[in-house]
Design a protein around this ligand. Structure first.
Ligand SMILES: O=C(O)C(=O)Cc1ccccc1
Length: 315
Protein backbone atom coordinates (compact mmCIF):
# COMPACT_ATOMS: atom_id res chain seq x y z
CA UNK A 1 0.00 0.00 0.00
CA UNK A 2 1.38 3.47 -0.83
CA UNK A 3 2.39 5.49 2.23
CA UNK A 4 0.26 8.43 3.40
CA UNK A 5 1.25 11.47 5.46
CA UNK A 6 -0.91 13.81 7.53
CA UNK A 7 -0.25 17.54 7.92
CA UNK A 8 -1.83 20.62 9.47
CA UNK A 9 -4.19 21.67 6.68
CA UNK A 10 -6.08 22.67 4.70
CA UNK A 11 -4.04 22.76 1.45
CA UNK A 12 -1.60 25.67 1.31
CA UNK A 13 -0.25 25.75 4.87
CA UNK A 14 3.41 26.28 5.66
CA UNK A 15 3.25 22.78 7.16
CA UNK A 16 2.26 21.33 3.78
CA UNK A 17 5.27 23.08 2.21
CA UNK A 18 7.47 21.60 4.97
CA UNK A 19 6.06 18.09 4.45
CA UNK A 20 6.79 18.34 0.72
CA UNK A 21 10.40 19.22 1.59
CA UNK A 22 10.60 16.29 4.03
CA UNK A 23 9.00 13.84 1.56
CA UNK A 24 10.03 15.10 -1.88
CA UNK A 25 9.04 11.82 -3.54
CA UNK A 26 5.58 11.55 -1.96
CA UNK A 27 3.09 11.02 -4.80
CA UNK A 28 0.15 13.36 -5.31
CA UNK A 29 -2.72 12.16 -3.17
CA UNK A 30 -0.49 10.76 -0.42
CA UNK A 31 -0.67 13.95 1.67
CA UNK A 32 -3.68 14.13 3.99
CA UNK A 33 -4.74 17.56 5.35
CA UNK A 34 -5.96 17.59 8.98
CA UNK A 35 -7.95 20.30 10.75
CA UNK A 36 -5.49 20.72 13.64
CA UNK A 37 -2.19 19.63 15.14
CA UNK A 38 -4.08 17.28 17.49
CA UNK A 39 -5.76 15.63 14.50
CA UNK A 40 -2.33 14.99 12.91
CA UNK A 41 -1.15 13.29 16.12
CA UNK A 42 -4.36 11.21 16.28
CA UNK A 43 -4.02 10.12 12.64
CA UNK A 44 -0.41 9.00 13.22
CA UNK A 45 -1.12 7.39 16.61
CA UNK A 46 -4.19 5.53 15.31
CA UNK A 47 -2.41 4.24 12.19
CA UNK A 48 -4.66 6.08 9.70
CA UNK A 49 -1.44 7.42 8.09
CA UNK A 50 2.23 6.38 8.13
CA UNK A 51 3.48 9.70 9.52
CA UNK A 52 2.71 13.39 9.73
CA UNK A 53 4.15 16.90 9.82
CA UNK A 54 3.53 19.59 12.44
CA UNK A 55 5.14 22.96 13.27
CA UNK A 56 7.33 22.74 16.42
CA UNK A 57 8.90 26.14 16.97
CA UNK A 58 9.44 29.51 15.36
CA UNK A 59 12.50 31.74 15.52
CA UNK A 60 10.38 34.73 16.58
CA UNK A 61 7.45 33.35 18.56
CA UNK A 62 9.03 30.24 20.14
CA UNK A 63 7.37 26.86 20.70
CA UNK A 64 4.05 25.83 19.15
CA UNK A 65 2.11 24.98 22.30
CA UNK A 66 -0.32 22.51 20.68
CA UNK A 67 2.54 20.44 19.25
CA UNK A 68 4.57 20.47 22.47
CA UNK A 69 1.54 19.44 24.55
CA UNK A 70 0.91 16.47 22.26
CA UNK A 71 4.58 15.43 22.33
CA UNK A 72 4.55 15.49 26.14
CA UNK A 73 1.18 13.77 26.68
CA UNK A 74 -0.68 10.81 25.23
CA UNK A 75 0.77 7.79 23.47
CA UNK A 76 4.41 8.60 22.64
CA UNK A 77 5.42 9.21 19.03
CA UNK A 78 8.93 9.66 17.66
CA UNK A 79 10.32 12.56 15.65
CA UNK A 80 11.81 11.04 12.50
CA UNK A 81 13.06 14.15 10.71
CA UNK A 82 13.04 17.95 10.87
CA UNK A 83 13.15 20.84 8.44
CA UNK A 84 13.51 24.61 8.95
CA UNK A 85 11.43 26.69 6.55
CA UNK A 86 11.70 30.46 6.04
CA UNK A 87 8.18 31.86 6.40
CA UNK A 88 7.00 34.86 4.41
CA UNK A 89 3.57 36.29 5.08
CA UNK A 90 1.23 37.95 2.57
CA UNK A 91 -2.02 39.81 3.28
CA UNK A 92 -4.72 38.43 0.96
CA UNK A 93 -8.31 39.54 0.32
CA UNK A 94 -11.10 38.88 -2.13
CA UNK A 95 -10.33 40.48 -5.50
CA UNK A 96 -11.43 44.13 -5.55
CA UNK A 97 -10.85 44.70 -1.82
CA UNK A 98 -8.77 47.81 -0.97
CA UNK A 99 -6.47 47.93 2.04
CA UNK A 100 -8.75 50.60 3.54
CA UNK A 101 -11.70 48.10 3.39
CA UNK A 102 -9.93 45.63 5.68
CA UNK A 103 -11.54 45.62 9.13
CA UNK A 104 -11.25 41.94 10.11
CA UNK A 105 -8.04 39.94 9.57
CA UNK A 106 -7.75 36.19 10.22
CA UNK A 107 -4.63 34.03 10.49
CA UNK A 108 -2.82 31.43 12.64
CA UNK A 109 -1.73 32.60 16.11
CA UNK A 110 1.97 32.22 15.24
CA UNK A 111 1.53 34.26 12.08
CA UNK A 112 -0.35 36.95 14.00
CA UNK A 113 2.45 37.16 16.56
CA UNK A 114 4.95 37.70 13.75
CA UNK A 115 2.90 40.38 11.94
CA UNK A 116 1.77 42.45 14.95
CA UNK A 117 4.08 45.37 14.20
CA UNK A 118 2.97 45.61 10.57
CA UNK A 119 -0.71 45.38 11.55
CA UNK A 120 -0.35 48.05 14.24
CA UNK A 121 1.36 50.41 11.78
CA UNK A 122 -0.83 49.74 8.73
CA UNK A 123 -4.21 48.46 9.94
CA UNK A 124 -4.39 49.90 13.47
CA UNK A 125 -8.20 49.71 13.61
CA UNK A 126 -8.61 46.21 12.20
CA UNK A 127 -9.73 43.39 14.49
CA UNK A 128 -7.66 40.22 14.37
CA UNK A 129 -8.89 36.63 14.64
CA UNK A 130 -6.92 33.44 15.08
CA UNK A 131 -7.95 30.29 13.22
CA UNK A 132 -6.45 26.80 12.95
CA UNK A 133 -3.94 27.66 10.19
CA UNK A 134 -2.99 30.39 7.73
CA UNK A 135 -4.55 28.39 4.88
CA UNK A 136 -7.77 27.93 6.90
CA UNK A 137 -7.85 31.74 7.14
CA UNK A 138 -7.40 32.13 3.37
CA UNK A 139 -10.08 29.51 2.73
CA UNK A 140 -12.50 31.26 5.12
CA UNK A 141 -11.95 34.64 3.43
CA UNK A 142 -12.68 33.10 0.02
CA UNK A 143 -16.09 31.73 1.04
CA UNK A 144 -19.38 33.53 0.37
CA UNK A 145 -20.46 35.59 3.39
CA UNK A 146 -16.93 35.31 4.82
CA UNK A 147 -16.64 36.57 8.41
CA UNK A 148 -13.22 38.13 7.61
CA UNK A 149 -12.04 40.69 5.03
CA UNK A 150 -8.47 39.47 4.77
CA UNK A 151 -6.13 36.61 5.66
CA UNK A 152 -2.41 36.49 6.38
CA UNK A 153 -1.03 33.36 4.75
CA UNK A 154 1.61 31.90 2.47
CA UNK A 155 1.50 33.08 -1.13
CA UNK A 156 0.50 29.58 -2.22
CA UNK A 157 -2.55 29.53 0.04
CA UNK A 158 -3.89 32.89 -1.17
CA UNK A 159 -3.53 31.76 -4.77
CA UNK A 160 -5.02 28.33 -4.01
CA UNK A 161 -8.22 29.96 -2.66
CA UNK A 162 -8.55 32.56 -5.43
CA UNK A 163 -7.62 35.59 -3.33
CA UNK A 164 -5.70 38.68 -4.44
CA UNK A 165 -2.46 39.72 -2.69
CA UNK A 166 -2.86 43.13 -1.02
CA UNK A 167 0.58 43.43 0.59
CA UNK A 168 3.44 40.92 0.65
CA UNK A 169 6.15 40.72 3.31
CA UNK A 170 3.89 41.75 6.21
CA UNK A 171 6.02 39.82 8.73
CA UNK A 172 7.98 41.94 11.22
CA UNK A 173 11.17 39.89 10.74
CA UNK A 174 12.29 39.06 7.20
CA UNK A 175 14.52 36.24 8.51
CA UNK A 176 11.78 34.40 10.43
CA UNK A 177 11.95 30.63 10.13
CA UNK A 178 9.83 27.80 11.50
CA UNK A 179 11.04 24.34 12.43
CA UNK A 180 8.70 21.52 11.44
CA UNK A 181 9.01 17.90 12.51
CA UNK A 182 7.96 14.61 10.95
CA UNK A 183 6.16 12.33 13.41
CA UNK A 184 6.05 8.56 13.26
CA UNK A 185 5.06 5.65 15.44
CA UNK A 186 7.80 4.06 17.60
CA UNK A 187 10.11 1.71 15.69
CA UNK A 188 13.72 1.30 14.58
CA UNK A 189 15.64 4.59 14.65
CA UNK A 190 17.44 6.09 11.66
CA UNK A 191 21.18 5.31 11.63
CA UNK A 192 23.46 8.06 12.99
CA UNK A 193 24.64 10.45 10.25
CA UNK A 194 27.32 12.27 12.28
CA UNK A 195 25.10 15.38 12.49
CA UNK A 196 22.02 14.36 14.41
CA UNK A 197 19.70 15.72 17.03
CA UNK A 198 18.06 13.93 19.96
CA UNK A 199 14.80 15.18 21.49
CA UNK A 200 13.33 14.22 24.86
CA UNK A 201 11.14 15.38 27.71
CA UNK A 202 12.51 15.14 31.26
CA UNK A 203 10.26 15.05 34.35
CA UNK A 204 12.06 15.90 37.60
CA UNK A 205 11.50 13.59 40.60
CA UNK A 206 10.66 16.38 43.06
CA UNK A 207 11.17 20.08 43.66
CA UNK A 208 14.60 20.68 45.20
CA UNK A 209 17.38 23.24 44.99
CA UNK A 210 19.63 22.51 42.03
CA UNK A 211 17.25 19.99 40.40
CA UNK A 212 17.60 21.65 37.00
CA UNK A 213 21.39 21.87 37.41
CA UNK A 214 21.46 18.11 38.17
CA UNK A 215 19.58 17.53 34.96
CA UNK A 216 21.77 19.83 32.86
CA UNK A 217 24.95 18.36 34.34
CA UNK A 218 24.11 14.99 32.81
CA UNK A 219 24.72 16.60 29.43
CA UNK A 220 27.50 18.98 30.43
CA UNK A 221 29.85 16.37 31.91
CA UNK A 222 29.53 14.21 28.80
CA UNK A 223 30.17 17.08 26.41
CA UNK A 224 26.67 17.00 24.90
CA UNK A 225 25.59 20.38 23.52
CA UNK A 226 21.95 21.40 24.02
CA UNK A 227 20.16 23.31 21.27
CA UNK A 228 16.81 23.85 22.99
CA UNK A 229 15.50 23.83 26.54
CA UNK A 230 11.89 24.72 27.20
CA UNK A 231 9.96 24.29 30.42
CA UNK A 232 6.30 23.36 30.09
CA UNK A 233 3.68 22.80 32.80
CA UNK A 234 2.91 19.09 33.29
CA UNK A 235 -0.76 19.88 33.98
CA UNK A 236 -0.43 18.46 37.52
CA UNK A 237 -0.86 21.80 39.30
CA UNK A 238 0.85 25.18 39.42
CA UNK A 239 4.63 25.09 39.62
CA UNK A 240 5.01 21.56 38.21
CA UNK A 241 7.09 21.58 35.06
CA UNK A 242 8.78 19.22 32.66
CA UNK A 243 11.67 20.15 30.37
CA UNK A 244 11.66 19.71 26.61
CA UNK A 245 15.25 19.23 25.48
CA UNK A 246 16.99 19.01 22.10
CA UNK A 247 20.61 17.87 22.18
CA UNK A 248 23.30 17.46 19.54
CA UNK A 249 24.03 13.84 18.66
CA UNK A 250 22.35 10.45 18.26
CA UNK A 251 21.33 8.13 21.08
CA UNK A 252 23.52 5.46 19.45
CA UNK A 253 26.58 7.63 20.28
CA UNK A 254 28.20 6.81 23.61
CA UNK A 255 28.16 10.32 25.09
CA UNK A 256 24.46 10.85 24.25
CA UNK A 257 23.52 7.36 25.45
CA UNK A 258 25.41 7.91 28.73
CA UNK A 259 23.79 11.33 29.22
CA UNK A 260 20.35 9.73 28.75
CA UNK A 261 21.20 6.98 31.24
CA UNK A 262 22.28 9.70 33.69
CA UNK A 263 18.98 11.52 33.13
CA UNK A 264 17.06 8.30 33.65
CA UNK A 265 18.74 7.97 37.06
CA UNK A 266 18.01 11.54 38.26
CA UNK A 267 14.55 12.05 36.71
CA UNK A 268 11.14 10.65 37.60
CA UNK A 269 10.52 9.95 33.92
CA UNK A 270 12.27 10.57 30.62
CA UNK A 271 10.26 10.49 27.42
CA UNK A 272 12.55 9.81 24.45
CA UNK A 273 11.30 11.61 21.34
CA UNK A 274 13.82 10.35 18.80
CA UNK A 275 17.24 10.82 17.20
CA UNK A 276 17.16 12.13 13.64
CA UNK A 277 19.35 14.07 11.17
CA UNK A 278 19.79 17.79 11.90
CA UNK A 279 18.28 20.18 9.37
CA UNK A 280 21.26 22.52 9.81
CA UNK A 281 23.93 19.82 9.52
CA UNK A 282 25.83 21.84 6.92
CA UNK A 283 25.94 25.03 9.01
CA UNK A 284 29.51 25.87 9.91
CA UNK A 285 28.39 27.83 12.98
CA UNK A 286 27.08 24.75 14.79
CA UNK A 287 29.66 22.85 16.85
CA UNK A 288 29.22 19.27 15.65
CA UNK A 289 32.53 17.92 16.95
CA UNK A 290 32.52 16.58 20.52
CA UNK A 291 34.84 18.16 23.07
CA UNK A 292 38.04 16.31 24.02
CA UNK A 293 37.34 13.22 26.14
CA UNK A 294 33.73 12.84 24.98
CA UNK A 295 34.01 11.05 21.62
CA UNK A 296 32.71 7.48 21.16
CA UNK A 297 36.33 6.26 21.16
CA UNK A 298 37.04 8.05 24.47
CA UNK A 299 33.98 6.42 26.09
CA UNK A 300 34.95 2.98 24.75
CA UNK A 301 38.55 3.34 25.97
CA UNK A 302 37.31 4.34 29.44
CA UNK A 303 34.88 1.39 29.54
CA UNK A 304 37.65 -1.03 28.56
CA UNK A 305 39.97 0.49 31.20
CA UNK A 306 37.27 0.02 33.87
CA UNK A 307 36.83 -3.62 32.83
CA UNK A 308 40.60 -4.13 33.11
CA UNK A 309 40.94 -2.62 36.58
CA UNK A 310 37.84 -4.51 37.76
CA UNK A 311 39.60 -7.66 36.63
CA UNK A 312 42.60 -6.80 38.76
CA UNK A 313 44.87 -5.07 36.25
CA UNK A 314 46.50 -1.80 37.25
CA UNK A 315 45.91 0.20 34.02
O1 LIG B 1 -0.80 27.93 9.52
C1 LIG B 1 0.12 27.42 8.83
O2 LIG B 1 0.27 27.64 7.62
C2 LIG B 1 1.06 26.56 9.49
O3 LIG B 1 1.62 25.69 8.88
C3 LIG B 1 1.40 26.88 10.93
C4 LIG B 1 2.33 28.04 10.91
C5 LIG B 1 1.85 29.32 11.12
C6 LIG B 1 2.75 30.39 11.10
C7 LIG B 1 4.09 30.18 10.86
C8 LIG B 1 4.53 28.90 10.63
C9 LIG B 1 3.66 27.82 10.66
Amino acid sequence: MPKTYAYLGPEGTFTEAALRMLMPDAPAGSLVPCSGVDAVFSAVRGGAVDGGAVPLENSVEGGVTATIAELINGDPLLIGAEVAVPVEFTLFARPGTMLSDVKRVATHSHALAQCRGWLAANLPHADTFTVSSTAAAAQAVSEPGAPYDAAISARLAGERYGLAPLVSGVGDRADAATRFVYLRRPGALPEPTGADRTSLVAFLPDDHAGALVDLLNQFAVRGVNLTRLESRPTGDGLGTYCFCIDADGHVAEARVGEALMGLRRVCREVRFLGSYPRADADTELTPLLPRGGTSNADFLAAEQWLARIRAGAVA
